[in-house]
Structures are given as structure tokens and as C-alpha cells.
Design a protein around this ligand. Structure first.
Ligand code: CU
Length: 151
């Protein structure tokens, strides 16, 4: 009779380690407005997420050329450089320098009423690292930004 509880415990252990090995896609929703604001200042990604799926919704009505928003993830120390290069890169390039290796993940630029999604692996992130998300539309990054915490 003693063996019954220990067998149960072993079974539970096997189930939970199986779950850890599996892909865990963590979803994040964020909205941008015609008032040049994101509705979040911080995004926390749990340390056991293997992938992150970010959905950006533009809840305003202004067109992309006037009030475009995207969601760009970088190391905090890279933000100003990426934003500066992105300002001159044009709408067609989502206001990001082509092939910018400092960009960890980004959505396309969208206008009012549109939604866009990007999915990326957390292997691109270091636990406890200093990350920032921002909008690279010219002039938006000083307001439209926040921290990303992983771990
Ligand atoms: Cu924006």
C-alpha cells in the first residue's frame, strides 16, 4: 500500500517535465491610439515561454502615414540608434533600417482599425536583460515605449 502514493508522485513528475519540454507560446496584446499612446508601459514574459506572440491593435482611425504604429523590440541601449535610423527608412520599410540586426522582433506599421501580429522565440532574449519596446514611426518613440521583462 505504501507504493501507491509514490507511484502517483512519479507519474505527476513525468507529466510536468513533459510539459516543460513542450513549446509554450505566450500571447501579449497591446493597443496603440490616435493620441500616440500604447496602452501598456511594461510587458512581462514568463521564463518558461518558448515563443512570444505579440498582437498590436491600432484602436484609432488615422491612416498609417499620419499616425502609424508598430511594435519593435530591442535592447534598451539600442533603442535610440534603431529609432534614429528608422526615422529615415520610410513607410515602405516600416520605419526600420533594412536588415537592422539590433531589432529582436517587430511588427509591420499599421494605421487605425488595423491589427498585426509577430511571433518570435524567447531564445533571442536573455533572462533579466534590459529590453524596450517602442514604435519607430518618426517622433513616436519618445512617448510610445515601455520595458519588456523576461524571466
Ligand atoms: Cu506610433
Amino acid at each position: 500500500m505504501k507504493f501507491v502514493p509514490s507511484l502517483t508522485a512519479l507519474t505527476l513528475l513525468a507529466v510536468s517535465s513533459g510539459a516543460l519540454a513542450a513549446d509554450k507560446v505566450c500571447k501579449v496584446d497591446i493597443a496603440g491610439t490616435d493620441q500616440m499612446q500604447f496602452d501598456k508601459k511594461e510587458i512581462a514574459i514568463a521564463g518558461d515561454c518558448t515563443q512570444v506572440e505579440v498582437t498590436l491593435k491600432h484602436t484609432g482611425t488615422l491612416p498609417v502615414a499620419a499616425m502609424g504604429h508598430n511594435w519593435v523590440l530591442v535592447k534598451t541601449s539600442d533603442m535610440q540608434g534603431v529609432a534614429g535610423d528608422g526615422a529615415g527608412a520610410g513607410l515602405a520599410n516600416d520605419h526600420l533600417k533594412k536588415g537592422d540586426a539590433r531589432v529582436i522582433a517587430h511588427t509591420k506599421l499599421i494605421g487605425g482599425g488595423q491589427t498585426t501580429t509577430v511571433k518570435f522565440p524567447t531564445s533571442a532574449l536573455t533572462k533579466g536583460g534590459d529590453y524596450t519596446f517602442f514604435c519607430s514611426f518618426p517622433g513616436h518613440w519618445s512617448i510610445m515605449k515601455g520595458k519588456v521583462k523576461f524571466g
